[in-house]
Design a protein. Structure first.
Length: 363
């Protein structure tokens, strides 16, 4: 059992509700439920009695809640803010909140000191950083309304932080890895697509070559970007993409494998599922009810075979690592196609592969 799991359990036990606990922890509900299930499996006991309306503690759960609170309090009391450098020396006094230890941890971090980043370096940019970064890169101005709205959509309201410390649990695990990544606490297929929708909104609805145009009727400035500085590169797509990549993600995108240009096109469609599919999924042992079928088709612009690693990479950007087994490969080749079911909150739902046999034959 990890302290992170213990904190998650205490939140659920005190809130008596997974949704409220997830909101309190600033994370999505599915990974929280998964962590609690893993904790029960590790301890070999049932900690919670779950119903559709509330969560109740079992006797074992009440015992863990009481002892868990004591453990957390003792850990917080004993925790010392000391940073140990490479030669074994300590920086900081050991008193909680010591600024010297904090600065040392940032400046002496191995990733920060490397001159050339490695392939695995970097982090997921949280919405509150992504949104203003896009405006700065595209010479934008905003009255804040759109910034607030898109922050809410990406589960990080920019002007309404729930805490003075952070929006996310600092020890949130990156799915499928042994490292932590706080920003992944609000990252899912739904919020990942919302990031793309945000960029589309900014580029299509906010572009004006003249930032001195009159304000909107409600006397606000709305949001505007100015793409004039990029017009000189408009005729050279590769140059334009490299320049925008440098602004938005701090590095150039890697050259994709495939045809002469390595160009791919991805289409995403959504179809509502019927009662027969829902019955099949219930028979498969799933509690959550599927609402939609998501289909992703990836094609190479020159008709070449889409590399499986490239196609799977696209899928993994949209589906949490712990739910990749919910995705089914329908076809490979020039038209790589993947499908999966999601509930009404667009969280993946596991389903039997036999459900998509007809799609495989049609492809």
């Amino acid at each position: 059992m990890e302290l992170r799991q213990l904190n998650y359990f205490i939140a659920v036990a005190e809130e008596r509700h997974f949704g409220r606990a997830a909101k309190r922890l600033h994370m999505a509900q599915p990974p929280l439920s998964q962590q609690i299930r893993q904790l029960e499996e590790q301890l070999g006991v049932k900690l919670l009695d779950r119903t559709t309306r509330r969560v109740d503690l079992t006797p074992a759960g009440q015992e863990l809640l009481d002892s868990g609170r004591q453990i957390i309090n003792e850990v917080e009391t004993l925790k010392a803010d000391v940073y140990q450098v490479g030669n074994g020396a300590n920086v900081g006094t050991g008193r909680k909140g010591d600024l010297a230890a904090t600065v040392a941890a940032i400046l002496l971090d191995a990733e920060a000191q490397r001159g050339t980043p490695l392939a695995g370096d970097g982090r997921l940019r949280e919405p509150a950083m992504l949104i203003p970064a896009v405006f700065r890169a595209l010479n934008g101005v905003s009255d804040g309304q759109e910034i607030w709205w898109w922050g809410v959509m990406m589960q990080q309201p920019v002007f309404n932080a729930p805490s003075v410390f952070n929006f996310f649990p600092p020890d949130y695990p990156v799915p499928g890895t042994s490292v932590v990544g706080p920003a992944f606490g609000v990252f899912s297929a739904n919020t990942g697509l919302t990031r793309l929708n945000y960029l589309t909104s900014v580029l299509w609805w906010s572009h004006t070559p003249d930032l001195t145009t009159p304000p909107l009727p409600d006397n606000t400035n709305g949001q505007r970007i100015n793409l004039t500085p990029f017009e000189s590169d408009a005729a050279q797509a590769d140059v334009l993409v490299d320049r925008l990549s440098a602004f938005l993600i701090g590095k150039q995108l890697p050259t994709a494998a495939g045809g002469p240009g390595g160009d791919y096109c991805m289409s995403i469609t959504r179809h509502r599922v019927g009662s027969r599919v829902k019955a099949r999924v219930r028979g498969f042992g799933q509690d959550r009810i599927p609402a939609y079928l998501i289909t992703i088709r990836i094609t190479e612009n020159f008709g070449q075979t889409v590399e499986p690693a490239v196609a799977e990479g696209w899928v993994r950007t949209l589906v949490p690592a712990e739910m990749v087994d919910a995705v089914h490969e329908v076809s490979r080749g020039p038209n790589a196609t993947y499908v999966w079911l999601v509930d009404s909150s667009y969280q993946p739902v596991r389903s039997p592969e036999s459900l998509f046999v007809g799609l495989t034959q049609a492809a």
